[in-house]
Write a protein that binds this ligand. Structure first.
Ligand code: ATP
Length: 445
């Protein structure tokens, strides 16, 4: 039995994100800007860790995937060939009564306006193209139009030949990319789940056509496992295959990795068999041949593409939701009951790995505290905090999800030992400064 979604979790996480510096509404001093968000001092670390872990598993730990960082601004020719100008649309309906606009396929009841609850008030659905258009150069108008990419994938397809010629990779091989994408979503919302500007982590895996099915299954399994390995419980994840009507214009099969968000199951990532659609389209439109001659088989073919496409910002939100916990604890040091909020991040995802906390701001503690910080910083992202009672500082680090706190106290001056406090068990170990790196390494490696 999967756990029931917890509707109260959403507000708790959104509040914590603001309070602790994970995510701020963009342009907040001007009243905010339309479902756009900025990642604060802690959020930027979380997001970097998500992207770093993806890159590590998709590129660093493999021999068959290389990286790419393609331009965001792109000419209409790319989107004409890819089919996005024609097909990258959502069905838009207007409520005739309250004038609000909605995406028809995301409404619970397609006959009832969720804003004013009028029934049968919607206009006919129109195809609304989600791509942001702008102009390059000083003259606006036809010929100067460019698009902000709505997915990173096309950068990989149009560079297929360049990568094939320079990287010495042969199918099956992949090209991976992390970067911003832009979609003029009709109804952004649910915090950073759906925004108009977001970050994607996509990989195009080029395979011989008759191996496409096998690699599709392989990447579905691999991608699901990635979330589990980084600490999301298996019962909070599922793989859901798209039915025929749901498939994108380029796909012959797609499965979504879904997470149990507070509002129910929703998509984190799509794994699609994009067939040879994109390479054929670009070959035809550009006049460049984008096929591959396999010397072993003596055959020329256009590779099929298996694409795991995840959202970095959406995934960061899922890690936050999955990590959130509240528990009653004895007050550390005094034994009175109190509740604490703790983000139980996997240590690879945690923004800070260690917090260095001198017990007081007295000058004599600063020297050993700086020594400890200098020892740890080359290895781990550390926070440093020297104000407030130590119990409150532990609670703050719990809310940031910091796995270890290192406290420097007055005994440190005599015995050169510090207290290492574990986030989850709250157990405290006394460790010599000289042995601190060896103590932390097996826990954080
Ligand atoms: P949806 O059905 O939610 O609109 P999609 O199926 O169109 O998403 P894809 O084109 O498969 O999404 O994009 C791959 C991934 O990029 C998604 O699984 C999601 O994690 C992320 N993503 C897509 N659109 C957004 C968005 N507007 N905001 C944040 N992340 C997004």
């Amino acid at each position: 039995m999967p756990p029931a979604p917890d509707p109260t979790l959403f507000d708790k996480v959104v509040n914590l994100c603001k309070r602790r510096g994970f995510v701020f509404p963009s342009a907040e001093i001007y009243g905010g800007f339309r479902s756009t968000y900025d990642y604060g001092p802690v959020g930027v670390l979380l997001l970097r860790n998500v992207k770093e872990e993806w890159w590590r598993s998709m590129v660093q730990l493999r021999h068959d995937v290389v990286g790419l960082d393609a331009a965001i601004l792109s000419p209409p020719a790319i989107w004409e060939a890819s089919g996005h100008l024609q097909n990258f649309t959502d069905p838009l309906v207007d409520c005739r009564k309250c004038r609000e606009r909605f995406r028809l396929d995301k409404l619970d009841d397609p006959n009832e306006c969720p804003n004013c609850h009028a029934k049968g008030s919607f206009t006919e659905a129109r195809h609304f193209n989600l791509m942001f258009k702008t102009y390059a150069g000083p003259v606006e108008g036809t010929g100067a139009e460019v698009y902000l990419r709505p997915e990173t994938a096309q950068g990989m397809f149009v560079n297929f030949k360049n990568v094939l010629e320079t990287s010495r990779k042969r199918p099956p091989f992949g090209i991976a990319q992390i970067g911003k994408s832009f979609r003029n979503e009709i109804t952004p919302g649910n915090f950073v789940f759906r925004t108009r500007e977001f970050e994607q982590m996509e990989m195009e895996y080029f395979v011989p056509p008759d191996e496409a099915e096998k690699w599709y299954e392989y990447w579905c399994d691999e991608r699901l496992r990635w979330y589990v390995d980084l600490g999301i419980r298996e019962d909070q994840l599922r793989l859901r295959a798209h039915d025929e009507e749901e498939l994108s214009h380029y796909s012959s099969a797609t499965s979504d990795v879904e997470f149990l968000f507070p509002w129910g199951w929703d998509e984190l990532e799509g794994i699609a068999n994009r067939t040879d659609y994109d390479l054929r389209q670009h070959a035809q439109a550009s006049g460049e041949s984008l096929d591959y001659f396999d010397p072993a088989l003596g055959e020329r073919y256009v590779p099929y593409v298996i694409e795991p496409a995840a959202g970095a910002t959406r995934t960061a939100m899922a890690f936050l939701m999955a990590a959130y916990d509240e528990e009653e604890v004895a007050r550390e040091g005094q034994g009175q009951g109190e509740s604490r909020t703790v983000l139980r991040f996997h240590h690879r995802i945690a923004p800070y790995k260690v917090a260095v906390l001198p017990l007081s701001r007295k000058p004599e503690l600063q020297e050993p505290a700086n020594e400890v910080l200098g020892l740890l910083q080359p290895h781990y992202m550390c926070d440093y905090d020297e104000t407030q009672a130590i119990g409150r500082r532990y609670r703050r680090q719990d809310e940031l999800g910091t796995p270890y706190c290192v406290t420097i106290d007055f005994d440190t001056l005599d015995d050169r030992a510090v207290t290492v406090r574990d986030r989850d068990s709250m157990a405290q170990d006394r460790v010599q400064i000289d042995a601190l790196l060896d103590h932390l390494e097996p826990k954080l490696s």
